[in-house]
Design a protein around this ligand. Structure first.
Ligand SMILES: Nc1ncnc2c1ncn2[C@@H]1O[C@H](COP(=O)(O)OP(=O)(O)OP(=O)(O)O)[C@@H](O)[C@H]1O
Ligand SMILES: [Mg+2]
Length: 388
């Protein structure tokens, strides 16, 4: 619904944005992130026409915003900035209601919405409505800033480092509140930050910028797992994926071709196959590669005939994982049922992989290797810095 099409911006001879192309869908949170001066605020200010592109177009629902009256345009957008932008001589109520009132809405409706929004951002209207901004803490002021952005029920909300001056706890609370608010109100939000943790927490998609260009525009998961280049890798930080273990999924770490056997195989054949392939479990599949069960070494016992079919001996309802299950869910399953492994199946039962306890352990130990490497790099950088 919001689209940047070949947008460039020059300030004099200085090109600060090069050929920017991206879209923000309805109800989507896109986080712009990048080093200071890379052009994030410039992008945001172009959306509400505080800055005009030197070239290219910005479209909302297919319509070039240069053709919309800027005042009209801004009425359909909420804007939150770092320095709250609250008017100091107006009460909280006046601050929140100023734009809806300009829009000529019914005052009673406006008042009801103000109270609702204040509750949504965790402030008691009875207590705060008639205070002035200076009588609120920084976090409370920023909450009002957020409430005000939502007050006209705009489709698009622009947020430029709204939480960056707050202490970590307040900041984290406001992030949670924004996530909650967004679940209810489903706006298109373009949010600028320097903080990767904040980006990962809030974003449906993250737009990483460097020197006026987009380096990667993707979901947090893909950015953490498949950084487009060294810049993104460094920016994201190598060990960050470990602070988001829920993003490590079965499909990322599974064995892709587990040893299988058909359900009509005999015990003898299965035993031979285990010996030959040096495994202690076979995934039993039908002709369409759908999982029928798991045949384990422990299912063999003396007294059975080599000609018996395995179908009567295997576990026919094994615990399975889905490709998108997280490492945490898998650890829970393995431990709960003390299983040696977990077949990974698609929704229709097709076998796609196998998670073994040892593959999980080696993934988890990689965490410590990555962390050691990061620590060693940091130390080396320090030594280098000190030598200068
Ligand atoms: N009005 C202006 N005139 C000239 N240059 C400008 C103007 N506004 C911004 N710039 C330049 O454009 C570049 C991008 O600025 P912008 O404010 O978009 O960066 P930013 O990514 O938001 O940085 P920060 O993280 O520090 O807020 C910078 O080099 C800045 O100096
Ligand atoms: Mg900025």
């Amino acid at each position: 619904m919001l689209e940047f099409r070949n947008v460039e911006k020059h300030f004099g001879s200085n090109t600060v944005l090069h050929n920017i192309n991206f879209t923000v869908n309805k109800s989507e949170v896109v986080v712009l992130i990048g080093a200071s001066g890379c052009g994030k605020t410039t992008c945001l200010k172009m959306i509400n026409r505080l800055i005009a592109p030197s070239q290219g177009q910005i479209l909302i629902d297919g319509k070039d915003i240069q053709q919309t009256d800027p005042i009209e345009l801004r009425r359909t957008m909420g804007y939150v900035i770092q320095q709250t932008g609250l008017f100091p001589h107006m009460t909280i109520r006046e601050n929140i209601e100023i734009i809806p009132r300009l829009g000529g809405k019914d005052p009673e409706e406006i008042a009801a919405r103000t109270a609702e929004l204040m509750r949504m951002v965790g402030l008691d209207p009875d207590k705060f409505l008639y205070r002035y901004p200076s009588q609120l803490s920084g976090g409370q002021q920023q909450r009002i800033g957020v409430a005000r952005a939502f007050a006209t029920d705009p489709d698009i909300i622009l947020m430029d480092e709204p939480f960056s001056t707050l202490d970590p706890i307040t900041r984290s609370q406001l992030q949670d509140e924004l996530v909650e608010l967004q679940q209810k109100l489903k706006k298109s939000i373009i949010f600028v930050t320097h903080d990767m943790d904040e980006a990962v927490k809030l974003a449906d998609r993250i737009c990483i910028m460097d020197k006026g260009e987009i380096v990667q525009f993707d979901t947090p998961e893909n950015i953490l797992k498949r950084p487009a280049n060294e810049f993104v890798r460094d920016f994201v930080g190598r060990k960050r994926i470990w602070s988001q273990p829920e993003l490590i999924r079965a499909q990322d770490i599974m064995i892709n071709n587990p040893v299988t056997v058909r359900q009509d195989a005999t015990v003898l054949r299965a035993a031979q196959r285990m010996r030959l392939r040096n495994v202690d479990s076979l995934m039993v599949v039908d002709e369409n590669h759908k999982l029928q069960g798991v045949f384990r070494l422990s299912d063999l016992h003396p007294g059975m005939s080599g000609q018996d079919p395995i179908s009567g001996l295997m576990s026919s309802e094994p615990v399975t994982a889905r490709p998108e299950d997280s490492i945490i869910a898998m650890l829970t399953m393995l431990n709960r049922d003390s299983l040696p492994n977990l077949p990974v199946v698609e929704e229709d039962g097709t076998l796609v992989g196998l998670i073994t306890k040892s593959s999980l352990v080696s993934t988890l130990s990689q965490q410590f290797i990555d962390m050691e490497e990061a620590a060693a790099n940091a130390e080396a950088a320090e030594v280098e810095g000190g030598a200068k």
